[in-house]
Write a protein that binds this ligand. Structure first.
Ligand SMILES: NC(=O)c1ccc[n+]([C@@H]2O[C@H](COP(=O)([O-])OP(=O)(O)OC[C@H]3O[C@@H](n4cnc5c(N)ncnc54)[C@H](OP(=O)(O)O)[C@@H]3O)[C@@H](O)[C@H]2O)c1
Length: 323
């Protein structure tokens, strides 16, 4: 396993983060607790020490599964990230968003489900248009001072919003967001325009979500619907991965994978791992073999001309993943 220092924090994480959205019962393609535990155990065997979940993943089930599976290990050896923002209790408007009340209540519930006194990385899942950013940052800063959270991070938003949040933390002497969890992969590169250069300048740890384009960068485009998730993932359509130059990129991933004798998923992940601004892609998988594939991708060397070949057909896409 390769490790890296996450952005401006002093914390060391594996260059593959295991995404925990696939643990729970919310969707047909997800893993039950026992299957999830087997995947987490194998991840730890492989040297992965970085896990990403959220309060909303299967409405808390993912956090419970992760907490239970990690309980058998030395807590200090793992880095656990979770998120707050999404709706946890329909009908209760204070069980979502980033107000002080929502953050304090949701943080208590996440710590309980994870069985952890301190969460390593507590992330805001989306921008809250109803709550002033200084209220959110003060509530997060207090959580750090109370020792309930070590670092704070955030997820998809516009670059101007992220710049505003960082500037507000600096002006008020509050904890800064140390990480950006954004939508970035070989088939969706809109983040290269504004967000990634900003992260680079501010020394922000970058941990992309859907690094394999929800599976679209792992198999020929004609076969996207060959898996249960490929047929039923309600967000796939919004992502436009195969628009513009997407099909041509998918075909070039196939070609390079065949040339090098590796899988398409490995070429797609290797592309991301070769981008200097990426710390650790958050890989989503329900299969031990695919997890092993991901870890092996760290050893794949792509030349500058391989990188250019994969990138050349890309055409700008509609922004997907946040509003
Ligand atoms: N912050 C946010 O808003 C946000 C949004 C989405 C996701 N996330 C995070 O990002 C994580 C990953 O997201 P994701 O699941 O959408 O991303 P992904 O890693 O881009 O895609 C997962 C899909 O790729 C397939 N796959 C993975 N490795 C493969 C391989 N070697 N060969 C063939 N297929 C392979 C998986 O199938 P198998 O299951 O068969 O391996 C699954 O269908 C989540 O768990 C979550 O932690 C965050």
């Amino acid at each position: 396993m390769e490790y890296t220092t996450l952005g401006s924090t002093g914390m060391t994480v594996s260059r593959i983060c295991l995404g925990c959205m696939s643990f729970g019962t919310e969707r047909e393609w997800m893993l039950d607790p026992e299957e999830s535990k087997a995947l987490i155990d194998r991840a730890i065997d492989l040297g992965i020490n970085f896990f990403d979940t959220a309060n909303v993943y299967s409405t808390g089930e993912s956090e419970e599964i992760l907490g239970d599976a990690l309980a058998g290990y030395d807590r200090d050896s793992q880095v656990v990230a979770t998120k707050v923002f999404g709706e946890m209790d329909p009908g209760n408007p204070n069980a979502s968003g980033l107000s002080r009340k929502a953050i304090e209540q949701e943080l208590a519930a996440s710590r309980e489900r994870l069985g952890m006194d301190t969460i390593d990385l507590y992330q805001t899942h989306r921008w809250d248009y109803e709550t002033p950013i200084d209220e959110t940052l003060r509530a997060l800063d207090d959580a750090v001072r109370r020792g309930e959270v070590r670092y704070i991070g955030t997820s998809s938003m516009w670059a101007h919003q992220f710049a505003n949040a960082l500037q507000t933390s600096d002006a008020l002497d509050l904890e800064r967001f140390a990480t950006m969890q954004n939508h970035y992969n070989v088939l969706y590169r809109e983040e290269e325009r504004e967000m990634l250069p900003l992260c680079d300048k501010e020394d922000i740890g970058v941990i992309p979500w859907s690094p394999l384009a929800r599976g679209v960068a792992t198999r020929p485009h004609e076969e996207i619907e060959s898996t249960t998730r490929g047929r039923t993932d309600q967000y796939l359509e919004q992502m436009s991965y195969l628009q513009g130059g997407g099909e041509a990129i998918n075909e070039r991933i196939q070609e390079l994978a065949a040339d090098k004798g590796v899988s398409m998923a490995q070429i797609s992940l290797a592309w991301l791992l070769h981008k200097d601004w990426v710390d650790a892609p958050i890989v989503g998988t329900t299969s031990v073999e695919h997890l092993e594939d991901a870890v092996e991708a760290l050893e794949i060397d792509l030349s500058d001309s391989d990188m250019e070949y994969l990138e050349e057909p890309y055409e700008p896409l509609p922004v997907a993943g946040h509003q």
